[in-house]
Design a protein around this ligand. Structure first.
Ligand SMILES: C[S@@+](CC[C@H](N)C(=O)[O-])C[C@H]1O[C@@H](n2cnc3c(N)ncnc32)[C@H](O)[C@@H]1O
Length: 255
């Protein structure tokens, strides 16, 4: 781990938001956050008063592949350096007891953050607090904006590592493109209309074959279309259903 003053030019680092963790007590939480950062494309980890990060301990144990880069490249900084050098987003639970003039107001949800942060000029840091007491009111008062994960009002306080994972997941559009994520293109495998029409035709044949009452057929067909429409079936699924309905339509002596 390096300290910020030893970096020759910290301003040339990635424009992706940095993640700052203030005075974490549990090395495992630091490792969990490093891992989530790698999962969602974040690189710059800033640690204020970090715990001992033993290469054989929980931080590296929990970090997964982030043990190769995010965690060893983490920078030790002071809280002052963060507020001086970054647009800061303080992540904190908001409780019913906080009145609206409290330092936790106004706040945005992680889902709202990514659009707005994309327009911020300069570097941004998401700031997470201590396991036991979070960020102090004095620290929150020095932070530019607040982000809170909506959760059960009876118990809105998440574990530090889990809170960071949720925030980073929600704002991943800032760090990952669709190409980076590389999920299969769902559009391409969705069943085509002609295939679905063949299935509907086969359902009509089955209704006739089982002598489903004429006056009910139109309504039954509409219901089947709705069910299939909501199911968002793939080409392969429709073809399998088509085969089954066709077999059911054929009389035993034709099979
Ligand atoms: C275990 S919590 C701290 C609990 C502390 N009693 C408090 O109320 O802040 C550790 C850190 O996780 C993050 N966190 C926990 N719940 C959160 C929530 N609902 N929204 C945003 N961040 C949260 C905050 O950064 C918090 O400082």
């Amino acid at each position: 781990m390096s300290d910020q003053s030893s970096r020759s030019d910290s301003t040339t680092r990635s424009s992706k938001p940095a993640v700052a963790v203030v005075d974490a007590q549990s090395p495992g939480n630091v490792g969990t956050i490093a891992r989530a950062m790698k999962n969602f494309g974040f690189e710059e980890l800033l640690l204020v008063d970090p715990p001992e990060l033993d290469p054989d301990g929980d931080a590296y144990g929990f970090a997964g592949h982030a043990r190769e880069d995010v965690l060893p490249n983490a920078t030790e900084v002071t809280f002052d350096e963060i507020v001086e050098n970054y647009h800061t987003v303080g992540c904190t639970a908001v409780t019913n007891e906080d009145d609206r003039s409290h330092v936790r107001f106004p706040f945005s949800t992680p889902a709202d953050l990514s659009d707005r942060l994309s327009t911020v000029d300069g570097r941004t840091a998401l700031v997470f607090g201590r396991e036991r007491v979070g960020l102090t009111n004095e620290e929150l008062a020095r932070i530019d904006e607040i982000c809170s994960i909506p959760a059960n009002a009876d118990y809105p306080v998440l574990n530090l590592g889990q809170a960071a994972t949720i925030v980073l997941y929600e704002i991943r559009p800032l760090t990952l493109s669709d190409e980076d994520i590389q999920l299969p293109d769902v559009e391409r495998v969705r069943a085509s209309e002609p295939t679905l029409d063949r299935l509907y035709g086969q359902w009509e044949s089955l209704l006739a074959e089982i002598n489903h009452p004429e006056e009910k057929r139109e309504k039954t067909m509409r219901m089947l279309r709705r069910v299939h429409g909501r199911a968002d079936l793939t080409e392969r699924e429709v073809n399998t259903l088509l085969g089954l309905v066709r077999r059911a339509t054929e009389r035993p002596d034709q099979q």
